[in-house]
Design a protein around this ligand. Sequence first.
Ligand code: ADP
Ligand code: MG
Length: 260
Amino acid sequence: MRIWAVANQKGGVGKTTTVVTLGGLLAESGKRVLVVDLDPHGSLTSWFGHDPDRLAHSAFDLFQHNGKVPEGLPAQLLLETSCPGLSLIPASSALATLERKMVGVEGMGLIVSRALAQLWDDFDYVLLDNTPSLGVLMVNALAASQRLLVPVQTEFLAMKGLERMINTLRMIIRSRNTPLPYTIIPTLFDRRTQASVHSLNALRKAYPEDLWRFAIPVDTKFRDASEAGQVPSAYSGDTHGVRAYRRLLEDLVEQGRGQE
Ligand code: ADP
Ligand code: MG
């Protein structure tokens, strides 16, 4: 099982879109894929037609047992999606209350990791969608994953937020026993705008090692897909946005063979 977290402390950079699209492409290629919504806003959950304000069970349930994960609980939380081969553990708005409740609970940072350990034989890939704030949920995601994907919107202020994220990340990586390779993914790239072109160049200069070699372009199909609750690749296999994600996936799978 390969576990990738998609995180950035900034909202609106394409995290959820990256989870849905990579998840969909992996599922289409025959992999068994799980996407987990660890964002109390629940955009990933809404994408697949569930209302995070009304769900009786969600990832929140995992955190209700004093740092332990009861046998069988993760499997009970799985929801099927419109995309064959792609399952979802949804978020509910209750997740927003966790920060307060989890302080001082033993093992609180390892709950997602323990939950996924129970699903080890059931999935080939797990993608964890994250909230923009660094708290117990993101700590859980980073502890559980083998690679971190950091989507960064190609705009003038992109670098500022990214530096913060990378610093936080280095801090967390130091506290792990194993390395956590990361890939920075330029998103919402529009080569007709100066802002996009400049910020992509600046990113290349600042992060020559960790930056993905291409960028995800602006593609209105993604917005339409999220409104329709469809996995982009499933209905429009070949827009330029989906093609870019497909290339990203190939690179990630290739890297994973070497590093993770
Ligand atoms: P995050 O999860 O980081 O908050 P989202 O994936 O929800 O970001 O994306 C924010 C908004 O931008 C959504 O409306 C989404 O449909 C849109 N979006 C994301 N990626 C693209 C893209 N490559 N082209 C066009 N719109 C995009
Ligand atoms: Mg999101």
